[in-house]
Design a protein around this ligand. Sequence first.
Ligand code: ADP
Length: 161
Amino acid sequence: MNDAIYPGSFDPMTLGHFDVIKRASKMFDSLTVSVLDNKAKNALFSVEERVNILREATKDLPNVTVDSFSGLLVDYAREKNIHISVRGLRAITDFEYELQIAQTNRLLSKGMLDTVFLTTSLEYAYLSSSGVKEMASFGGDISPCVPDFVAKLVYEKYKNI
Ligand code: ADP
């Protein structure tokens, strides 16, 4: 089987992430989108909320499942017996960071986990979860950046902060 993992923070999932998910789901037999439970990052949404958002967004993509993990991606991938990690590249600024992660994962996994990069669709090249949160925190319109149901959830968060 040709299975892949798309790991990330997804805080929250943007249309840029969703575009990568849709395209990767066509390339692999199965795609596991997995939310990294990174205690070091101060997240707006809990891991459970981020998983629920991804599940709702991907409900019509039959070969996509949503999960979460903590710790090293290589350990998680080994447990799941998956050998490909999918990551998105927006601009040259993503490249150095992503290259480092990809090479570290290959080293740590002794060549068992490789990374496939999908370049962003141009209309989403500017999109990031942190940008969406910043815009929403100042009452900006995030409807071009996330699905409508996600925009509602983001605005609700900032109402309560
Ligand atoms: P991180 O895992 O670094 O916290 P994210 O959860 O925001 O980052 O993103 C997960 C992956 O999706 C990363 O590879 C990131 O480069 C990619 N990504 C984020 N936004 C976009 C976008 N607009 N277009 C394509 N890829 C993206």
